[in-house]
Design a protein around this ligand. Sequence first.
Ligand code: GTP
Ligand code: MG
Length: 234
Amino acid sequence: MLLSVIMPLYNEEKTVAEIVNKVLALPLDLELIIVDNSSTDNTGQVVREFASNNNVTIVKREKNIGKGDAVIAGLEYATGKYTVIQDGDLEYDPADIVSMVEAAEKENAVALFGSRILNRESGISYYRYLWGGKLLTLIANLLYFRGITDESTCYKMVRTDLLKALKLECRRFEFCPELIAKLGRNSITIHEIPISYYPRKFEEGKKIRWIDGVEAIWTLIKYRFKSVPKFPAK
Ligand SMILES: Nc1nc2c(ncn2[C@@H]2O[C@H](COP(=O)(O)OP(=O)(O)OP(=O)(O)O)[C@@H](O)[C@H]2O)c(=O)[nH]1
Ligand SMILES: [Mg+2]
């Protein structure tokens, strides 16, 4: 299996069927791990329709803790060479995942992110998020000596053995900075390619809030000093 796609879902009944179909139609040897993060809308019923597909695993969280918790739960089932995260909305285009896998294979990358900043055509949700994201990226680069352009991208793809070895522990949106910090502390190069972005607004279901940005900064600082698992192969 080449790729495991983890899809954490919290109340995404409107978009989940379309995004699942798009992922399953990709010309890749992949498995899709859907994590219903205790949704209170019809997300659970919608995803059940995909249960008979051999490439789909459905995981149900009994309690809603946060996106990180869903990703960590899904990762237990991942068997692909690489694992990537795909949100349940339509902000990202799964077609970009194909380019990401191709680039990772070609460059022998352990970690490869899809960057919205590298693509000038890509959309902007709110300007405060754009600048907040740039600030987070700058802090991550300074603290971990990386050269990334998009800290908060959803499309983070990492070799599954490494991702499991890093033992992610953050349960909300701060699992993203935690991942970058742990890759940085292991001196792992984070490759990037440009991707598209079609942002949604709060009225359309966007959930991330400014407080998540504050928590992200704190997480980046914290993991500079904490002991982290070491991964031998670069
Ligand atoms: N807020 C929140 N989102 C969750 C949770 N579990 C899964 N998700 C999913 O996480 C995704 C991110 O939510 P969005 O509001 O789109 O946030 P975003 O700005 O796109 O954030 P990222 O793409 O993660 O950087 C959505 O697909 C949610 O359904 C949860 O417990 N809380
Ligand atoms: Mg989103």
